[in-house]
Design a protein around this ligand. Structure first.
Ligand code: F6P
Length: 538
């Protein structure tokens, strides 16, 4: 195995450390004063996405050094390796090919001896056919009723993508149908999702890459019971009210779903990268196969931009390197993503999994401890709501919070001057954050120098959503590549899952269990059991 140099030992990293010492106190006011063209020059555009990165605490030299770091870390080769289907997910020995999910039908990509484009389009065709049957009413429920409700059951990547995208593209969705997304093992989630639905009109899409996830299987069994209880207990109803999306046909069959009603994807699609796969089935029912295809074309446009554009104009590369500059050199722990569009209400939540599950790693590809900060904490809410909640801290607190502001030039719902007011607020916030304001009273001083990216698209279309999601996917990849980590595994989530399996029988045992946890966990288990017994006694 060839060992790569740890990133902090590279000459390029050390050059950035020295440069940071020179520029860390420079104010954005001065950078703008010194360069009248800065706001027009420090921009880039591709796949219908415009990025203004001028309000960042970077000079031309900063950008040159960051780009040199990307080159030195082999980003070009890693991009090519990912797109070619090499097994860059080393800890799981898998290809990472979410980009193949959005290749056009006439493309060809053979990986491990298999034409993956043909496989992808065969599933897309089956999905389209199924969606058309549900949307037209040709697919009926067990009693012959039309399907009016679609409930996706999944969690993590099998929920966040379709749920976010359904909200984002609700404008394009079937308004005479109801779409719900159940993820939490908390029964409150399922109960509220179905309380006003009729079982005979409801279709469940059970979405799970592994079909072994506790939350999803628990909810799926509850859904099965709910359907059967509502439809007289005839097991034949399952075939009409349940379809599955998974990579694991055996487990789907074991659950009782006919694999003829299963939509496949592949282990080279990571869960958090999976919503352009069959995991998007509920979304496709909502918006239709054509709009889903437009969304895939948007993903592909950004994929091509990332694959082919020189790094100094490459949007994901620029976003990744600028984010890394704050994360690693200024010590910023978080990044706020602030979409100025209510339809993107769940975008930041989606990005949390994408980024934090991908780059929340502490060892590098050679198994060594990483000596620098890796993935940031991602958070955010749509503007303008956040302005009246947490922006105060960004303006006047003591922390550095880099922000991405996202907006659209055209609104989908032209109502009076709402949209101008919305966009005026977006622009005003980035201006205030960058330049601040002096005042005689210290408590009124806004220091400014808070960095922002402004990302603009024309209009929130399925295509635009695809480009934006792919933009962040590749940003995360860019950062993971520079740090030299595996952005595609997630071993850290396993320990909690195993411990839960041990605790479940301890909570449910009739006899007092022999508890062998720490004293805190033991006491909490006893307290829960005692409280539950009291509640049961009435
Ligand atoms: O626990 C984390 C995780 O494995 C995610 O990576 C994944 O998106 C989620 O669980 C759901 O997994 P599955 O689709 O296999 O049910």
């Amino acid at each position: 195995m060839t060992h790569t140099t740890p990133v902090h030992e590279t000459a390029e990293w050390q050059a950035l450390e020295a440069h940071h010492r020179d520029v860390r106190d420079v104010h954005l006011r001065d950078l703008f004063d010194q360069d009248a063209e800065r706001g027009e020059r420090m921009t880039a555009e591709g796949a219908g996405v415009f990025l203004d990165y001028s309000k960042n605490r970077v000079t031309d030299e900063t950008m040159r050094l960051l780009l040199a770091l990307a080159e030195a870390r082999g980003l070009r080769g890693r991009i090519d390796a990912m797109f070619a289907g090499e097994h860059i997910n080393v800890s799981e020995d898998r290809a990472v090919l979410h980009t193949a999910l959005r290749l056009p039908r006439d493309a060809r990509l053979v990986v491990d001896g298999q034409d993956v484009v043909a496989d992808v389009h065969a599933v897309l065709d089956r999905m389209a056919d199924f969606c058309e049957r549900v949307r037209s009413g040709a697919w009926t429920g067990h009693t012959g009723s039309r399907i009016r409700n679609v409930v996706n059951i999944g969690i993590g990547g099998s929920d966040l993508g379709p749920a976010m995208a359904y909200e984002a593209l609700r404008f394009y969705s079937r308004r005479d149908m109801t779409f719900r997304f159940v993820s939490n093992v908390d029964g409150n989630d399922f109960a509220e999702a179905v309380r006003d639905l009729a079982p005979e009109e409801t279709l469940f899409v059970i979405s799970s890459k592994t079909f072994g996830t506790l939350e999803t299987l628990t909810n799926a069994h509850t859904a099965r019971d709910w359907v059967l209880a509502g439809l007289g207990g005839d097991e034949a109803a399952v075939a009409k009210h349940f379809v599955a999306v998974s990579t694991n046909a055996e487990r789907v069959a074991a659950f009782g779903i006919d694999t003829a009603n299963m939509f496949e994807f592949w282990d080279w699609v990571g869960g958090r990268y999976s919503y352009p796969s069959a995991i998007g089935l509920s979304l496709m029912v909502a918006i239709g196969p054509d709009a889903f295809g437009d969304m895939l074309a948007g993903f592909h446009a950004m994929d091509e931009h990332f694959r082919t554009t020189p790094f100094e104009r490459n949007l994901p590369v620029l976003l990744g390197l600028i984010g890394l500059w704050y994360n690693d050199f200024f010590g910023a722990e978080t990044i706020a993503v602030l979409p100025y569009d209510q339809y993107l209400a769940r975008f930041s939540a989606y990005l949390q999994q994408l980024d934090m599950e991908s780059d929340g790693k502490h060892v590098d590809l050679d198994g060594r401890q990483v000596e620098v900060q890796t993935g940031p904490i991602v958070w955010g809410q749509p503007g303008t709501n956040g302005q009246h909640a947490f922006y105060q801290l960004i303006h006047q607190g003591t922390k550095l919070v880099p922000c991405d502001f996202l907006g659209f030039v055209e609104t989908l719902n032209p109502l009076g001057d709402h949209h101008d007011l919305l966009i005026a607020n977006l622009l005003a916030q980035t201006e205030a954050l960058a330049f601040g304001r002096d005042a005689p009273e210290p408590n009124r001083v806004t220091k400014g120098n808070q960095p922002t990216n402004t990302i603009l698209c024309d209009r929130l279309t399925p295509h635009a959503l695809g480009t934006l999601v792919a933009l962040y996917e590749h940003k995360v990849f860019t950062q993971g590549t520079v740090w030299g980590i595996d952005s595609f595994d997630q071993w850290g989530v396993e320990l909690g899952k195993e411990l839960a399996q041990r605790i479940i029988p301890e909570l449910q045992a009739d006899e007092e269990p022999d508890l062998r946890h720490d004293s805190s966990t033991n006491a909490l288990i006893r307290r829960y059991r005692a409280g539950r017994s009291r509640a049961a006694a009435g």
